[in-house]
Design a protein around this ligand. Structure first.
Ligand SMILES: NC(=O)c1ccc[n+]([C@@H]2O[C@H](COP(=O)([O-])OP(=O)(O)OC[C@H]3O[C@@H](n4cnc5c(N)ncnc54)[C@H](OP(=O)(O)O)[C@@H]3O)[C@@H](O)[C@H]2O)c1
Length: 373
């Protein structure tokens, strides 16, 4: 079985490399043209997570691509040769910047998907298409239950990233119908890890939040710091104390994805919510951030009209936090994962996650405590 994977150098992709190599002798990685040596990057990441692969260079075939260009930027002959040699195409590459403009994320997430679908369509061996989507294609829907067969843009989207991933899923459905071919759509929730961050490991989304907070705290005056640490001067963030988030350990997600892709199918799209069986409360996230930064955050119903100086700095300097992440502090929806449990017998994520797990996965990346000291 010959397998190709995009996004192999990323947070999820490095784990997918490991899972795919546990089942296949070799895989082809389709990596960004002109970037740092992908085999070296993947090797260092696998070493850092405690699963080094000594024969990695022999077991990975690297093809450099331009994701957003027709034929992935390859010559017609190279594109055909690549396509004809594949039995499965895993598409994991994506731009996950929650603050990016729609045109920017569309170029990677929508056009990139279109081009990788074209590769899968061209292949003589009719490769299976495995698409990494996100549970957040559910968009602006904040309450209720989202089912795996739901794909509904009428709720709007919290950000352009969500919209681009939704549009990419629509492409996968059109492709499967037009070519009468099977496809697997894997929708993870928020991917996390409890390993202390290291330079050789790709970052996970919550680390971006702590980095953003770190950036703002660096600008805080001594008085700001006293206020931040006191019970009278917490930063107020819009959110709901009853809100909850679904977080899944990246290792659980990657293992489940590769297992799910094995399930038998003839045609059509099988969609799976690759989620944890239990949500994390926003209060747990709040506690982890408080313990990291010695800074108190309070959830309020709306962005305060009269902001403190620090709150104003926060909203001005951290658009990625305020518009990308904060809406999720008001989410109370749940993800049904019946399709996953039918195949795996359990939800994809079962490793317990609480404030302790979150802290351990964030602690070393953040010098927040030092900064507020
Ligand atoms: N992180 C999450 O919590 C989460 C949750 C749900 C779904 N997902 C989905 O999971 C997938 C992987 O996310 P991740 O967290 O692993 O992100 P990541 O760490 O940022 O990795 C993104 C990967 O995509 C590649 N990529 C991005 N733009 C590219 C381009 N123009 N050409 C070629 N390759 C490109 C990156 O290559 P370089 O290393 O060269 O930049 C990297 O390998 C995405 O499709 C994302 O939507 C992620």
């Amino acid at each position: 079985m010959r397998v190709a994977l995009t996004g192999a150098t990323g947070f999820l992709g490095t784990r997918l490399v490991r899972e795919l190599l546990s089942r296949h002798g070799a895989i082809t990685v389709l990596t960004r043209a002109g970037g740092a040596d992908p085999v070296d990057r993947i090797a260092r990441a696998l070493h850092a997570v405690g699963t080094p692969e000594p024969r990695l260079a022999e077991r990975l075939r690297v093809v450099e691509i331009e994701l957003s260009r027709a034929d992935l930027g390859l010559s017609a002959a190279a594109f055909r040769e690549l396509a004809d040699g594949l039995d499965a195409v895993w598409h994991c590459a994506g731009d996950i910047d929650l603050e990016a403009s729609l045109s920017r994320v569309r170029a990677v997430n929508v056009e990139g998907t279109r081009n990788v679908l074209a590769l899968a369509a061209a292949g003589r061996r009719d490769p299976l298409f495995c698409h990494i989507s996100t549970a957040f294609v559910a968009g602006g829907r904040r309450t209720g239950v989202v089912y795996e067969d739901d794909l509904d843009g009428s709720w709007g989207f919290e950000n352009a990233y969500e919209q681009s991933k939704y549009e990419a899923e629509l492409l996968v459905h059109s492709w499967a119908t037009a070519h009468r071919r099977p496809a697997v759509v894997l929708r993870p929730s928020i991917l996390v890890d409890d390993r202390a961050p290291r330079p050789e490991l790709p970052a996970h989304p919550l680390q971006a939040v702590t980095r953003a907070i770190e950036a703002i705290l660096k600008q805080a005056t001594p008085l700001d710091k006293v206020l931040l640490a006191s019970t009278k001067g917490p930063i107020r963030l819009p959110g709901a104390p009853s809100a909850h988030l679904n977080l899944i350990p990246v290792d659980d997600a990657a293992a489940a994805m590769v297992e799910l892709a094995q399930a038998r199918r003839d045609r059509g799209v099988d969609t799976y919510h690759v989620v944890h069986h239990r949500d994390v409360t926003v209060a747990d996230v709040q506690h982890a951030l408080r313990d990291l930064s010695r800074t108190r955050f309070t959830l309020v119903q709306e962005v305060p009209v009269r902001m403190t100086v620090l709150e104003a700095k926060l909203h001005e300097h951290m658009p990625s936090l305020t518009s990308g992440f904060l809406p999720y502090l008001a989410h109370r929806r749940r993800y049904d994962d019946t399709h996953v449990r039918r195949v795996l017998g359990t939800s994809a994520g079962t490793t317990p996650i609480g404030a302790g797990y979150l802290l351990s996965g964030l602690r070393d990346s953040s010098r927040l405590a030092e900064i507020t000291r």
